[in-house]
Write a protein that binds this ligand. Structure first.
Ligand code: F6P
Length: 551
């Protein structure tokens, strides 16, 4: 994207649709969902959309037809479609890093063409997928042997951020399809406890480490990889170091030089390119641990689900376009109602890590305060994203969503079929999805409470205001394909919002300062004598106290 096309757009708050939405908000802000449903008996069927196996009911949102018309006009005026097409076409829309953004090429079919600077990148993607498949099959059929001749039975992914959250989330989500004879674990935290606890019951002779890092320089990952190497060599006794590393370590990275420096043969490296952002990389070689667990065919199904949603996003009119609808509804609450957070509530135990995964996807992408041109925004950008699986959350934080003083839009995710039929569990689970969204939307009036015989002085405590917005996303069954579609749905929702806010959703400079400062502090903690500390008085005192008391 050129500098001129970057600045071609008027500021967001000066777009006609934005200004119309401001006026419109004043008219509808107090309209209750009870009235919206009462005046339109078909609302619950009309305000729905479907794509890539996902059904979205967005009728329980505080919107009228006019609101939706204006929100979609905003998306058009903000250039969402042009920006989307530029992304798919391989333009360098990540302007602060001068990179294309092409996670969509990772799931393009084998024969597709996606050009970056004149090169069709699809054959390269497919070549890596084929090499990953051959490797995964060897581990799965137990012909990948460790240095002492024993087959590998334990696979430990070492990575952090996008090199961990995607693989661990997707592995947990698709465990039902995994080879249960393999133990698959994920080490991310630089806290040594993570590595120690995840390896304590593993036999080094049967353990393979996948070191996953786009840069292969990330402090946490490299520290864990070095300690894993030491653990392995100690556990293998007098095995030849070169053979041990070759049989027990593989790498996933864009940085062949650093992989070699670590001692991993680049024959055992699976690559990807700089146009894959860390938080968009679970469908690249970063998904190797997942592929080992669910098999190459399952992984291809996973990619097919992403691709189906990509095509939906690319070609469906905005009015029926799932990521666009979720995106503009989020903008409505964030920028007009002032909602600060957004909850994602999967009613499926396998999706326990999905909210954590979305936190990085959304907050690292849209936690930005300047436009593409570097101007400070005068509107809010990304919300705090959070959540945990239902029904557990109901007994923890839902009270505040129902009766607190802050508006929290929620996405409820559920499946019509369970992977673990154990009557009546699934009906109980899904009854809660429907009950929660009904209660949040319609509440319970004081008259209803009094009619139930509640004493007048208790009635205010028992009244539910309602009018709390929710989306419900239903799929038939949690499969690799459905999960791929679900992830792509949120990737593109984040994209739509970033495009409207005119920010760069694909860099993450905000995590740099802390990394740099930690790099300076490490030698101060490890220095022999009293180090010369030149921080603020708080940081100096904390470092001194730590040094004095760490034992
Ligand atoms: O947290 C910053 C970040 O750069 C993420 O964007 C990325 O997913 C993570 O660190 C890990 O980076 P790498 O894959 O290079 O180790």
């Amino acid at each position: 994207m050129s500098a001129s096309s970057r600045s071609a757009r008027p500021p967001l708050t000066q777009l006609p649709a934005w200004q119309a939405l401001e006026a419109h908000f004043g008219e509808v802000r107090d309209t209750h969902l009870r009235d919206l449903f009462a005046s339109d008996p078909n609302r619950g069927e009309r305000l729905t959309a479907e794509g890539a196996g996902l059904y979205l009911d967005y009728s329980k949102n505080r919107v009228t037809d006019e609101t939706l018309r204006l929100l979609l006009a905003l998306a058009r005026e903000a250039g969402v479609e042009e920006r989307r097409d530029a992304m798919f076409a391989g333009e360098r829309i990540n302007v602060t890093e001068n990179r294309a953004v092409l996670h969509t090429a990772l799931r393009a079919p084998r024969g597709a063409t996606v050009n970056v600077d004149g090169e069709n990148v699809v054959p390269g993607v497919q070549e890596v997928l084929d090499r990953m498949s051959a490797f995964a099959e060897q581990v799965r059929n137990r012909t990948w042997l460790g240095a002492t001749g024993k087959p590998i039975r334990n696979v430990v992914n070492i990575g952090i951020g996008g090199s961990d959250l995607g693989p661990v989330m997707a592995y947990e989500a698709l465990k039902h399809y995994a080879d249960r004879g393999l133990t698959v674990r994920f080490v991310s935290n630089v806290d040594g406890t993570d590595l120690v606890e995840k390896t304590r019951d593993l036999d080094p002779q049967e353990t393979l480490f996948i070191v996953s890092s786009k840069t292969f320089t990330t402090q946490e990952t490299m520290a864990n990889a070095r300690s894993a190497r030491a653990w392995l060599l100690a556990g293998l006794g007098n095995a030849d170091e070169g053979t041990a590393i070759a049989r027990h370590f593989v790498a996933v990275s864009t940085n062949a030089a650093e992989v070699e420096k670590f001692g991993i043969d680049t024959a055992n490296m699976f690559g990807f390119r700089d146009w894959v952002g860390g938080r968009y990389s679970v469908d690249s070689a970063i998904g190797l641990s997942l592929m080992v667990a669910i098999g190459p065919e399952g992984f291809r199904d996973f990619l097919a689900g992403f691709h189906e949603m990509d095509e939906h996003f690319r070609s469906t009119p905005l009015e029926q376009n799932l990521p666009v609808l979720l995106g503009v509804l989020g903008v409505w609450y964030r920028n007009f109602f002032g909602a600060q957070t957004h909850a994602v509530l999967p009613y499926d135990q396998y999706l326990a890590y999905f909210p954590a995964y979305l936190q990085q996807l959304d907050m690292e992408s849209n936690g930005k305060h300047v436009t593409l041109d570097g101007q400070a925004v005068d509107y809010d950008t990304g919300p705090v994203v959070w959540g945990q699986p239902g029904t557990n959350g109901q007994h923890a934080f839902y009270q505040l969503i129902h009766q607190g003083t802050t508006l929290i839009p929620c996405d409820f995710l559920g499946f019509c079929q369970t992977l673990n039929p154990l009557p009546p569990h699934h009906d109980l689970l899904m009854a809660n999805v429907f009950a929660q969204t009904e209660a949040l939307a319609f509440g319970k009036t004081e008259e209803q409470v009094l009619a139930e015989g509640v004493a007048a002085d208790l009635a205010p405590h028992r009244e539910f205001e309602g009018n709390r917005p929710t989306n419900t996303i239903l799929a038939d069954r949690l499969t690799p394909r459905t999960l791929g579609a679900l992830i792509a749905l949120y990737e593109h929702k984040v994209f739509v919002q970033g495009a409207i806010w005119n920010i760069n959703s694909f860099d993450q400079w905000g995590v740099e300062l802390g990394k740099v400062l930690a790099g300076k502090i490490v030698p101060e903690l490890q220095a022999e004598g009293e180090p010369k500390l030149a921080h603020d008085s708080s940081t100096n005192a904390l470092i001194r106290r730590y040094r004095a008391r760490r034992g």
